[in-house]
Design a protein around this ligand. Structure first.
Ligand SMILES: [Zn+2]
Length: 69
């Protein structure tokens, strides 16, 4: 005895979903990028890093300076 299946038209009868205004957009990405800082150490290319405590050097430069000193 087959179970009564819902009509396939129920799937196509959904109302269109409006775009969610609270949805995170590309603005969040740029906000993250502004949190990055360019390292003041010696780099062939500009190196961006995320300063933890108002640091001016990236982790690589900090580690290197610690090893040298
Ligand atoms: Zn660096």
């Amino acid at each position: 005895m087959p179970l009564p299946e819902p009509a396939s038209s129920a799937d196509g009868a959904r109302p269109p979903v409006p775009p969610d205004p609270a949805r995170p957009g590309p603005g969040r990405l740029s906000a993250r990028l502004t949190a990055l800082r360019e390292c003041e150490g010696e780099h062939v290319q500009a190196t961006l890093f995320r300063p933890v405590d108002d640091e001016a050097l990236c982790h690589d430069c900090l580690r290197r300076s610690l090893q040298v000193a």
